[in-house]
Design a protein around this ligand. Structure first.
Ligand code: BGP
Length: 477
């Protein structure tokens, strides 16, 4: 049996613009919704009324200063042997308000320079068009993705960057973890995906489906447009994959889990098959939802199927049909209960490497399209030892176990996996907590929740470990 991964396997790391860049008001950048998010899951309610008060600190304003330090960071990625690097483009750098006639040249130039720097080191950029942010003006003026105007603005933004970078960037994704919106009861998820605070809407769920329709159409339009601009471009969707296991073999639990998984499959189904599946049409009918669609929308969806599925995988959950709580806010879904067979991180994320192999098989079996693991990783409060070093064996153990399962999926099961980019390869601002202290990196950044720190970079123990993993194409773990 051939145990080797494909030679062209894309090893790398992942971040997102607003979690690393900083420089929130530089180079002509406009205000993004994340620039006025106070912090984490509980700050969302305040967004609309808050002004940026003088002296107030928002972690994203500086993030880890990648905007100024990307050359040094990319040199470190190159030292680890990265073949690719996943980040996103901040929409508000390119269209500061979102609806201008002309893009901001300084913003375009920043990404030109950053991509050139990556390519100089032989690192392929992998770019998400929308990673939990949008120009704030599109929210205050149009109500975010509820509005069809925002769909048009997004397609225009996408067209500008696809054209501009078509010879520098081959791999694209449209919306990061688009299915997180289905979890709209956690306001942060809904808001960052759409600019809508769903629980302030008269019918939050119906509104969420309307928003999603706009995003599905936008995604399909962008896929078609990208292929027109340059047929070599590969444009994927991106799903947050938390597989839901039946808590027991009771048929009710099994059926409950099957139905609960539609919260993920709906997104794969529309992106990869190009139409709404029967179960969602039935749900809308049953609930009396009227999703407004324009005449050409179905044809747009059919024509714009994504080329691959990008996915994040951090954990699995178990669900029980009867007598279950609603789980914890961030790692739990309705009906979810702790799985007694796995352990959880400090934040309740249930660690399950086998779940990655299971997930890859689920997706490949259903769609038979390439998969790209664009996020996986272990968030922890790293501590420096007496020598000032970070011995993050726990992170190595997590990543090693997941890579082993990924290899089984590829080598034993024949799943087509394009690459693997662990999340937060460079320490960055946590999405769910809005803090620095939940860290994922191979590279430590000296910056703390109280604002102290010099932004200095240093290598953790996992840095050399990952370098070896890449050098051996996954043989030395
Ligand atoms: C995913 C997001 C990322 C990222 C990651 C880790 O949901 O796509 O933006 O932050 O989760 O989450 P956190 O930073 O909250 O630990």
């Amino acid at each position: 049996m051939n145990n080797a991964l494909p030679k062209e396997f894309l090893w790398g790391g992942a971040v997102a613009a607003h979690q690393v860049e900083g420089g929130w008001d530089q180079g002509g950048k406009g205000l993004s919704i994340v620039d006025v998010l106070t912090s984490g899951a509980h700050g969302v309610e305040r967004v609309i009324t808050d002004q940026i008060e003088e002296g107030r600190r928002y972690a994203n304003h500086e993030a880890v200063d990648f905007y100024h330090r990307y050359r040094d960071d990319i040199a470190l990625f190159a030292e680890m042997g990265f073949k690719c690097f996943r980040t996103s483009i901040a929409w508000s750098r390119i269209f500061p308000q979102g609806d201008e006639a002309e893009p901001n040249e300084a913003g375009l130039r920043f990404y030109d320079d950053m991509f050139d720097e990556l390519l100089r080191h032989g690192i392929e950029p992998v770019i998400t068009l929308s990673h939990f942010e949008m120009p704030n003006h599109l929210v205050t003026q149009y109500g975010g993705w509820k509005s069809r105007t925002v769909l048009d603005c997004f397609v225009r933004f996408s067209e500008v960057v696809l054209r501009r970078y078509q010879h520098k960037v081959k791999y694209w994704m449209t919306f990061n973890e688009i299915n997180n919106q289905r979890n709209w009861k956690v306001p942060l998820f809904g808001y960052c995906c759409s600019g809508v605070i769903y629980n302030q809407e008269p019918n939050p769920e119906e509104c969420m489906y309307q928003v999603l329709h706009h995003q599905f159409v936008a995604s399909a339009k962008v896929v078609s447009l990208g292929h027109e601009i340059n047929p070599d471009l590969q444009i994927g969707c991106m799903l947050a994959m938390v597989p839901l296991y039946p808590y027991s073999c009771h048929p009710d639990d099994v059926m409950y889990a099957e139905i609960a998984m539609r919260e993920r499959f709906l997104f794969g189904d529309v992106h990869m098959r190009g139409h709404y599946p029967a179960y969602i049409r039935k749900e809308w009918q049953r609930k009396g939802y009227q999703i407004v669609m324009e005449a050409g929308d179905e044809a747009i969806l059919r024509a714009g199927c994504a080329d691959y599925i990008g996915l994040s995988y951090y954990m699995s959950n178990a669900v029980r049909a009867h007598g279950a709580g609603t789980g914890t806010a961030l790692s739990g879904f309705e009906g979810s209960v702790p799985n007694p067979h796995v352990q959880a991180s400090e934040w309740g994320w249930q660690i399950d490497p086998v779940g990655l192999r299971y997930t890859l098989n689920l997706l490949y079996g259903r769609y038979e399209k390439p998969l790209f693991i664009v996020e996986n990783g272990f968030g922890a409060r790293d501590q420096k030892d007496e020598r000032g070093e970070i011995d993050d064996d726990y992170r190595i153990a997590y990543l090693r176990a997941h890579i082993e399962q990924m290899k089984l999926a590829i080598v034993e099961d024949g799943v087509d996996v394009m690459g693997y980019t662990p999340w937060g390869c460079l320490d960055c601002v946590s999405f769910t907590t809005g803090e620095y202290s939940k860290r994922y990196g191979f590279i430590h950044v000296d910056k703390n929740d109280d604002g102290s720190g010099s932004f200095a970079r240093s290598k953790k123990r996992s840095f050399d470990w990952y370098r070896q993993v890449i050098a051996s194409n996954g043989e030395t773990l």
